[in-house]
Design a protein around this ligand. Structure first.
Ligand code: ACM
Length: 265
């Protein structure tokens, strides 16, 4: 069995030190193999302009967050996935990093930017990739609004993901339910780590929907948090269940596909 955790909390806007400390504190003494934190967990979400993001933007290899998580993962022998504002030259990306106990790090840059994110971030250029987490378990990375596009999770499942880690800052009401279908149609586990709270920055305000969840390979809710409180919860799953794509004796969710009949345009 493999222990997976989802962490839901309320990041403080543009306060990297507070947010990082809160995550380290919540990870605390968790007995787990993998923790998923929310999207942009280190920076908050409601920005006015790109300039105010610069002080909380991080190079993945040298940033405070990676340095702290690399140490924590080695000490505690678990992997973490967290959302952060990535700087690369003068570009900013809405990214997620997977950090492993051996110090390795893998990055995903959000493909489908949501609403005003388009004012601050470059569209991600990494594509949808699957990386080995602790014990080599293949974990796919996608971020928040990527849920709207079935191709995102399908790409991760076709690439061999058994678990999809989905850091989020959800504001629309549909994702948690829609992810049941994403998990079911791909027969993979999904971990949506959402944030809570209302964040205000001058004339901009967003309220986040919480209800972080871990779903099984039939889209069933294995665990769901409340809409308004912080917590880190852990569950033991068998990731290898996600290798079974059989629907009936005669049907397989993957080998029955007819890509030659599908349109991408
Ligand atoms: C979102 O993609 N943060 C809604």
């Amino acid at each position: 069995m493999y222990k997976v955790s989802v962490c839901q909390f309320e990041p403080h806007l543009l306060d990297l030190d507070f947010n990082l400390n809160r995550m380290l504190e919540m990870a605390g003494d968790a007995d787990t193999d993998l923790i998923v934190f929310p999207e942009l967990a280190t920076s908050g979400y409601v920005f006015q302009n790109k300039e105010e993001l610069i002080p909380v933007a991080e190079d993945v290899q040298t940033g405070k967050s990676f340095t702290a998580f690399r140490k924590l993962c080695a000490q505690r022998n678990f992997s973490v996935v967290y959302g952060f504002c990535e700087s690369s030259g003068d570009k900013l990306y809405n990214s997620a990093a997977l950090v492993n106990p051996d110090g390795s790090v893998h990055v995903y840059r959000k493909t489908h930017l949501f609403y005003r994110e388009k004012l601050f971030f470059e569209p991600g250029d990494t594509g949808f990739n699957v990386f080995p987490a602790k014990d080599g378990i293949p974990v796919g990375l996608m971020i928040c609004f990527d849920w709207q596009f079935p191709e995102a999770m399908r790409s991760l499942a076709l690439a061999g993901a058994l678990i999809v880690a989905h850091p989020s800052n959800l504001v629309l009401p549909w994702c948690q339910e829609a992810m049941k279908t994403r998990s079911l149609e791909n027969r993979v586990f999904s971990i949506t780590a959402n944030r809570i709270g209302t964040e205000t920055n001058l004339d901009q305000q967003e309220t986040f929907t919480g209800a972080s969840q871990i779903l099984g390979t039939k889209g069933e809710i294995l665990l769901r948090l409340p809409t308004d409180s912080e917590d880190l919860l852990t569950l033991a799953i068998d990731p290898l269940l996600a290798e079974n794509k059989q629907v009936t004796t005669y049907n397989n969710a993957f080998t029955d596909r007819r890509p030659e009949l599908y349109r991408s345009e």
